[in-house]
Design a protein around this ligand. Structure first.
Ligand code: CP
Length: 311
């Protein structure tokens, strides 16, 4: 870390806004918080008296729960609002909802929304710090950071690695954040999937587009698979899931093309037998549950760091 570095971000809107120094600092902060979750009493007073709101307009298991656990482990007061229980169902706009929440003086608002840019919009209308928990197909920065932490833990470095990301790249905010994050930290990201699910211009983010599964997976240090995001596809972009699994699914024989100790990753939820064979998902190279564990530490670090920059 360069002398004089300090973390200056008030909001966490995307990995695009973070420098490699910011990322390294977040990961080392997360690493220092990990032991709190291993204690018999998993609580520290760091964020006592602070109010954190989880505003989720899309379903979530891992992200919502781990932000809530992270906040509670740091003694913050947390409140959850979901789309179905919010007054957006009565026609209230996101900005009006945000202004009303802001009037109750929260310190941090964590938002997941189906529209790309919703957290950025929110950040312009509230006094609280805003953390993006996934906006449309745009970014999922906390997932990208926990993926980086997991690889760093297992490989000891984030530079010089070959990361293969296979699947629905076009609709994946995780792919976007991971491509940007791993590239910034000095690794190469190879992407492969059905041609209908590879967005034009993805190379501009730093990704290398492959023409075969073998090209993507051969000698990879990390093999990450993604779910087909049917909820973001207006028209069917695939012939069938069976065909998808045959052409793009990761089986033991496909994984054998990668480095012998390659990590198998997936942001979840996994569609077993589609993008990932169950024996690979549950096999010795899988670090999928380590990703989930690291999600709590990364989110504790993000809450702690943005709280340090609120007035
Ligand atoms: N990885 C992830 O975002 O999972 P959830 O949708 O369950 O939060």
């Amino acid at each position: 870390m360069a002398t004089g570095y300090f973390f200056s971000h008030r909001h966490i809107l995307g990995i695009e806004q973070l420098s490699s120094e910011d990322i390294a600092y977040i990961l080392s902060t997360a690493d220092s918080f990990k032991e709190i979750s291993a204690r018999p009493i998993k609580k520290v007073p760091t964020l006592r008296g602070h109010t954190i709101i989880n505003l989720f307009f899309e379903p979530s298991t891992r992200t919502r729960l781990s932000f809530e656990i992270a906040a509670k482990r740091m003694s913050a007061d947390t409140f959850n609002i979901t789309a179905s229980t919010s007054s957006t169902t009565k026609g209230e706009t996101l900005i009006d909802t945000a202004k009303n929440i802001s009037a109750m003086h929260p310190d941090i608002i964590i938002i997941r929304h189906s529209s790309s840019g919703a957290p950025h919009l929110l950040s312009r209308h509230v006094n609280a710090a805003v953390i993006n928990a996934g906006d449309g197909a745009h970014e999922h920065p906390s997932q990208g950071l926990l993926d980086l932490l997991t690889v760093k833990e297992h490989r000891g470095t984030l530079s010089g690695l070959k990361i293969a990301i296979i699947g629905d790249i076009a609709h994946s905010r995780v792919a976007h954040s991971d491509i940007v994050g791993f590239t910034k930290m000095g690794s190469e990201v190879y992407v492969y999937g059905p041609s209908t699910l590879i967005p034009k211009g993805i190379e501009q983010l730093g990704a290398i587009v492959c023409t075969s599964l073998e090209q993507a997976v051969r000698d990879a240090d990390v093999v990450m698979t993604l779910r087909i995001q049917k909820e973001r596809q207006n028209d069917p972009l695939l012939p069938s899931l069976r065909e998808y699994s045959r052409q793009f699914g990761i089986s033991g024989s496909v994984l054998a093309l990668a480095r012998p100790n390659a990590l198998v990753m997936h942001p979840g939820p996994v569609n077993r037998g589609v993008e990932l064979n169950p024996e690979v998902a549950d096999g010795p190279q899988s670090v999928i549950l380590d990703q989930v564990t690291n999600g709590v530490a990364v989110r504790m670090a993000l809450l702690y760091l943005v709280m340090g920059n609120t007035q």
